[in-house]
Design a protein around this ligand. Structure first.
Ligand SMILES: Cc1cc2nc3c(=O)[nH]c(=O)nc-3n(C[C@H](O)[C@H](O)[C@H](O)COP(=O)(O)O)c2cc1C
Length: 206
């Protein structure tokens, strides 16, 4: 059995001359606390959907969809976060409810990613469908980064509650995977260390 060495490089290596590889290597998540307006405009959001649509998609099922939460919907989204917290914690304090509500206004652009996985179809297997959603997510994160924005995927506890799923019309066979918060970064990037590449690869020798 191979022992995986959990070795992380201190500083991400951005050594390539290739623009696509440079963009991938320099991408990092930016907390919604560290972004301000402007976020992507309507055309840029559509461009991000084109980028999502370039994700690998076995069987052309497109087993995912995105929801945009425009600014004028954020008050209602705040109500949904409060209801979701009360469902999980009926005795939640006023302060906790206020913090839950604040999540709705955490970035200029907030998208949601919903998966609808077909467990019956067999081929493509549900794993393939799940990975397609992950690839669409990564494409959007990368696309936002390439446009000069900061973005972060965030799920949290609320998204699994009945209050949340009902308010957002998430069907029984759908999974609300995460929000994607996007805006203009206010501070220098905080880059996470990345795994050393050699620790990610083993050689199959038969
Ligand atoms: C689907 C998904 C949901 C996530 N949800 C959360 C979350 O709720 N809270 C959080 O702190 N990080 C969450 N993360 C992790 C961050 O988005 C981010 O990937 C992580 O902090 C690593 O940063 P990096 O992208 O710069 O490597 C989530 C990641 C994914 C892929």
């Amino acid at each position: 059995m191979n022992t995986v060495v959990r070795k992380f490089t201190e500083v991400p290596v951005v050594s390539s001359e290739n623009d696509v590889i440079k963009a991938i290597l320099s991408r990092h998540s930016v907390s919604p606390k560290r972004v301000v307006a402007p976020g992507p405009d309507a055309d840029q959001i559509l461009e991000l959907m084109s980028v999502a649509a370039a994700a690998p998609d076995h069987g052309k099922l497109r087993p995912w969809r995105f929801i945009n939460f425009p600014q004028n919907s954020r008050g209602q989204l705040a109500d949904v976060f409060a209801a979701a917290l009360l469902e999980r914690m009926p005795d939640a304090s006023a302060e906790a409810l206020s913090r839950a509500r604040d999540k709705a206004s955490r970035a200029p652009v907030v998208l949601g990613l919903v998966l609808h996985l077909d467990h019956e179809i067999g081929i493509p297997h549900v794993d393939d469908q799940l990975v397609s959603g992950g690839a669409a997510l990564q494409n959007v994160l990368l696309g936002a980064h390439a446009m000069g924005f900061g973005a972060r995927a965030l799920s949290g506890q609320a998204v699994r509650t009945t209050a949340f799923r009902t308010a957002l019309n998430i069907a029984g066979d759908e999974i609300f995977l995460c929000f994607i918060a996007i805006g203009t970064p206010t501070s220098a990037p905080r880059r996470n260390a990345r795994p050393a590449p050699e620790t990610l690869l083993t050689q199959w020798t038969g």
